[in-house]
Each structure stands twice: as structure tokens, then as C-alpha cells.
Design a protein around this ligand. Structure first.
Ligand code: ADP
Ligand code: MG
Length: 260
């Protein structure tokens, strides 16, 4: 298979996404031929992918592959040079970034940004302001999902561990009741046990509540262990799209692009 990993992208997803002429579901989120640049730097070069509803779609690739730019372009923080982003079939490519939450998309950026001096509870409340009225049961739901965060609700955010902080920013995003959650490198710098805990919870939300996740990760091994589908990016281009289990089993691909 190694030769297939060259210049052109290959989709080996068993025909359902192939151009067979029949209508497909189209996916919850569709990215079509997206190209984004920072001045002379072309960070994304004709990227196409689909995130299906009720699935975890992992976007994998080394540092600099374009993963963060992809999420920033999807959520409107970066304007693409060309290409389209469709959410439930509607073109949102030019939609204002602040309209995305109402459309059902929540973006958890890399870096786990919280307001350090505020408590966990205050951070959740501040994060929910854009939504108008958020009921107590919605906060309770976040605390139920993350008991560790509930224990620390009155502690200042700067006292949290990396894992707790990651849970807080995911919890804050869930308050917006998104249909799709965009996550940028949630595992970065966390112990494997904590990563497994957070990814396990994502799986649970997807399976039991129909949440959809677009998960960007350099940590391909962990991401593929929880994802349904994987998209491998290299230098701003899609190298391959396939089921997570097939990608996991492809030793050449893992060695060439996934670092394990
Ligand atoms: N703000 C920026 N200005 C200029 N170049 C950038 C900026 N952000 C990212 N890049 C470049 O775009 C490319 C993709 O970066 P990025 O999307 O951050 O990749 P990843 O998240 O996969 O590490 C890299 O070459 C990076 O150096
Ligand atoms: Mg990044």
C-alpha cells in the first residue's frame, strides 16, 4: 500500500463514499476542497472530508500538517482561499464565527484556555453566557459527566491539572448542546490513563446521545482506538481516509505518517 501514500489521496472506505452515483447521506459536516493560507504559507491544500453524524472522525497528522488550520477554517476563524464547508447540507463557509454555536457546532481549541482566576463553576457560567439561559440541569449534566470537575467546582481554574482543565473546556463546549464537537489535540501532554478516560467519555456521548465529533490529534494511536474513521493529513493534504481499524492495521502508513 505504500505507493498509494504519495501525491494523491486515496479513499478506501469500502464504496459508501465512492462516486457510485447514488445519493449518500452527505454527512453532518462536509469539507470540500478546502484551501487556506497564511500569507505565502499554504496550510491546507484542497482538503475534502466528511464527518458523519453519530461518529468520531479523527484527523491525524504530524505537527504542521494543517490540523489546527482545518478546525479554524471550519469554524470560521480562518477564511479559506477556496473550497466549502457544509453543515447539514448548508453552506457555512462565510458564516460569522459567532453564529457557529447556534448552528450546532462547538470548537474546543488547542491549549485548554480557561480564565485562570475564576473558579471551575464560574468558567462554566461564563462559557454559557453566549447561549442565553442555561438551566441548572444542564450544568448538572456536565458535572455528572465529569465527577472530577464537580469535586473541584469551587476551586480556581489555575489549580486544575491538565486533564481536569481539558474536561472543563469540553464540559463548557457541551453546554452549547452542539451536534458536532470539534476538538483540537485534547490529549496533548496528558497521561495515557487520563487520555483514555476522556476519550472513553467522548465515545459514550457519541454512542448514547448521538453527538458527533471531529477529533484532531497528533496522538494517532489513542485517537484511532476511539474513532470510527480516520483522515490522515500531511503537509495540508489528505493522504488517506479509511476506517480507524483499517488505518490501525496498516503498518506502513503508521510508520510513514502516524508515528507509531
Ligand atoms: N498564524 C500562522 N501564521 C503563519 N503560518 C501559520 C500560522 N499557523 C500555522 N501556520 C503554518 O501552517 C501550517 C499548518 O499549521 P497548523 O494548522 O498549526 O498544523 P497542525 O495543527 O497540524 O500542527 C504550518 O506550516 C504552520 O507553520
Ligand atoms: Mg495544531
Amino acid at each position: 500500500m505504500t505507493e498509494a501514500h504519495g501525491a494523491t489521496a486515496v479513499s478506501r472506505s469500502g464504496g459508501s463514499a465512492a462516486s457510485g452515483g447514488t445519493a449518500t447521506t452527505g454527512g453532518l459536516l462536509q469539507v470540500e476542497d478546502l484551501t487556506s493560507s497564511y500569507g505565502p504559507v499554504r496550510a491546507l491544500d484542497g482538503v475534502s472530508l466528511t464527518a458523519e453524524a453519530g461518529r468520531i472522525t479523527a484527523v491525524l497528522g504530524a505537527n504542521g500538517a494543517g490540523k489546527t488550520t482545518l478546525l479554524r477554517t471550519i469554524s470560521g476563524l480562518v477564511r479559506p482561499v477556496s473550497g466549502r464547508v457544509l453543515l447539514e447540507g448548508h453552506d457555512i463557509t462565510k458564516a460569522p464565527v459567532e453564529s457557529m454555536v447556534a448552528k450546532g457546532m462547538a470548537h474546543v481549541p488547542e491549549g485548554r484556555g480557561v480564565i485562570a482566576e475564576l473558579t471551575v463553576d464560574e468558567n462554566l457560567r461564563v462559557g454559557s453566557l453566549f447561549r442565553g439561559k442555561v438551566g441548572k440541569d444542564e450544568f448538572d449534566r456536565v458535572y455528572d459527566l465529569f465527577p472530577r470537575i464537580a469535586e473541584r467546582r469551587n476551586n480556581a481554574a489555575h489549580t486544575l491539572s491538565g486533564g481536569e482543565r481539558q474536561m472543563l473546556v469540553i464540559g463548557r463546549a457541551l453546554l452549547a448542546q452542539p451536534r458536532i464537537l470539534l476538538l483540537d489535540e485534547p490529549s496533548l501532554g496528558l497521561a495515557p490513563r487520563i487520555v483514555a478516560q476522556i476519550f472513553g467519555l467522548l465515545r459514550q456521548l457519541v454512542d448514547s446521545e448521538g453527538l458527533s465529533v471531529l477529533l484532531v490529534e497528533q496522538n494517532a494511536r489513542s485517537a484511532l482506538s476511539v474513532a470510527d474513521v480516520g483522515v490522515v493529513l500531511n503537509l495540508g493534504r489528505v493522504v488517506v481516509t479509511d476506517s480507524a481499524s483499517t488505518l490501525m492495521a496498516d503498518e506502513d502508513l503508521r510508520h510513514a505518517y502516524l508515528g507509531f
